[in-house]
Design a protein around this ligand. Sequence first.
Ligand SMILES: [Zn+2]
Length: 424
Amino acid sequence: MRIHSQGLFTLITKMLLPLSLLLSACSDPANNSATQNTNAAGPLFNAIIYEGARLIVGNGQVIENASFIVENGLFVAVGSTTAMTSAANAARVDLSGMTVMPGLIDTHVHLSTNRAALMDDLQNRARMGIVAAQSMGSDGPDTPIEIRDEIIPGAARYLTAGRGITSPEPGRSEVPHWVTTEEEARQAVRDEVARNVDLIKIWVDDRGGQYERLSPALYGAVIDEAHRNNLQVAAHIFRLEDAKGLLEAGIDIFAHGVRDQDIDDEFVEMVLARPNVVLIPNLPYRGVPTDLTWLSESMTMEAAEGLLLANIERPEVQEAFGIQARNLARLSEAGMTIAMGTDGNSYWGPHIEMEDMVASGMSPAEVIIAATNNSAELLGFEELGAVEAGKSADFIVLAANPLDDISNTRRIVDVYLRGENVPR
Ligand SMILES: [Zn+2]
């Protein structure tokens, strides 16, 4: 059921009865369970008003001094604190001085493929405020993709493209389907459809001339077969030429931006003629040293060694970043829908990616919309992407405002998944 914001006041009135049954108020966000009414005579209620925070809704709207009510894992009312005081009897959590935003969604990752490690991946993400992640094509037949259909407390939701599809790339991963004929391409799609995957992933990249890349005839067959089965197709790309061919063939999602050159007017026009196509920019390293001390809270410095080694001035990397950054800025400005994805398996990645997106020229507000609302829509999570009545209470409490400085998304005080505080 979706509850729209126009119904806010009716909703509060309707809620007065259950809220009045609450036993006690509780101001400790880590101790929500104390507010449950276990009175045998009545139903179980678990409503909490979070009040006083600056609220970044996720759709572009910001409410200063906001309040929202969470009950049974859902936002049931969202508005300004003054409008909300009528629901007097709920337990209260004071969030004044804090900023609240929706949980982040990473639309392009490659997660572990055994159950224990995958659970770790999803729990690590939840701790960093990432409430859903989509694995893009590296999940072989033994991957426990049924995890997607489980509700795992304190873990991000999971979607998967199963095994992606590419032309033969000996020496690289053998997990993807290697196809050389249209029939093989279609059969690969049907195999993944039979596994009940969430989308189809293809790679169209000659890897610097090493391989023959997936031809237009083959990716055309994949896209056609996927669409016949109501699945979208996401393409790993490198060249502008392939990006244009894929648009002509009906591609739904670019899992990377164009990386070989600056895009041209023709490409922008092609994109604008296809308003449903989404870009996951998936930016590379910027090639400039950045502050990584914030990571010391979530990983040992030993584990961060690789990151630190790469955290130096690298002109050739800056050049590669520049192409993708200019392309992203141009497409975002032109009105293309931008989502957020990080590639690889870095649970902290979204906080770096969002900084890189801002460095490209998008505003912090635009980047937050991309990483919440747009990414939720892309993945089909109607219950995610915004702090709105009727949606799942998946939100991040921050000590500082990311609209002022996007790196403030790292200043996490608390993460809530389905209304439950995630142990951090
Ligand atoms: Zn990838």
